[in-house]
Design a protein. Structure first.
Length: 82
């Protein structure tokens, strides 16, 4: 799949490591944190049956596009509060 076929705003923003997710959150301004409304970090494992992901960038971030029949709520567990 071509990375340019999907709109980034339609995907889920994820990280490949917990430390990468924490680091990215710390970099957000308080205004951005309030706008996004993120409250927790969750850990999970995805495979090709769940959807499609863009390439992982240098910060460990990637955008994931879930399939219509994906049950992501069964794939993730909340591991900490922000």
């Amino acid at each position: 799949m071509d990375d340019h076929q999907y709109c980034a705003r339609c995907g889920i923003s994820l990280f490949d490591t917990l430390s990468g997710a924490r680091r990215a959150y710390r970099r957000f301004s308080e205004k951005v944190k309030a706008y996004l409304g993120y409250t927790h970090i969750a850990k999970g494992y995805l495979d090709e049956r769940d959807g499609w992901m863009k390439s992982i960038d240098g910060n460990g971030h990637f955008t994931f596009y879930e399939h219509a029949d994906a049950a992501l709520e069964t794939k993730f567990t909340i591991i900490e509060q922000l």
